[in-house]
Design a protein around this ligand. Structure first.
Ligand SMILES: [Mg+2]
Length: 191
């Protein structure tokens, strides 16, 4: 069982996992991002990502993309958009996300890899030997923080939510620009 890797002493990589749509880039209203022209970075993310690049965190993208499963877009289109995103980040900072995990399964499949299930995060933890206790997920949907809680990492939810409604969120902030003020993400940076 992959879950038994919890707190493995040899797993020391610190990680920040990001949801994509609504965190990294603007959400498409009732649609999927099918081309790079439809992909628009959120400035708060770009600024924060630059700080992470210069910290001891690795960065990962964890994204549900059931538009592929629905046949609205192809895997090649999805990968093209992700390549564009990585190239842009590399242009800004010299590197993009350390790794990307996406799930194209439909919601009704109840896929273990589709958030709110933890499959993608646990896969990353195993692959990169990530320390759960010093790692975070940042998302704008309850399913992001539920997945993070199920994987055993700390969780940040962005948006107009209340703790009473989403107990899986360790922190709730209105926008990513507030993260350093309210979330101790850069505290205790010792490795
Ligand atoms: Mg989202």
């Amino acid at each position: 069982m992959i879950d038994n890797l919890t707190n493995n002493q040899e797993y020391k990589t610190k990680a920040v996992f990001f949801d994509r749509d609504g965190v990294v880039n603007m959400r498409a209203v009732k649609d999927y991002i099918k081309t790079e022209k439809e992909f628009h970075f959120l400035p708060d993310f770009v600024e924060f990502f630059g700080k992470l690049i210069n910290s001891d965190y690795k960065t990962f993208l964890i994204t549900n993309q059931q538009g592929v499963g629905k046949g609205i877009m192809s895997v090649e289109q999805l990968e093209q958009v992700l390549k564009f995103m990585q190239n842009e980040l590399s242009g800004f900072y010299g590197k993009g996300f350390d790794d990307i995990f996406y799930c194209t399964d439909l919601a009704e499949t109840g896929s273990y890899f589709r958030k709110p299930n933890p499959g993608m995060i646990l896969q990353a933890i195993d692959k990169w030997k990530i320390d759960k206790q010093t790692s975070w997920i940042i998302g704008d949907s309850p399913s992001d923080v539920i997945a993070g809680r199920r994987a055993g990492i700390r969780t940040v939810l962005i948006g107009n939510y209340k703790h009473i409604d989403i107990p899986e969120a360790d922190y709730i902030i209105k926008s990513l620009i507030e993260i350093e003020k309210h979330v101790p993400i850069f505290n205790n940076q010792t490795t």
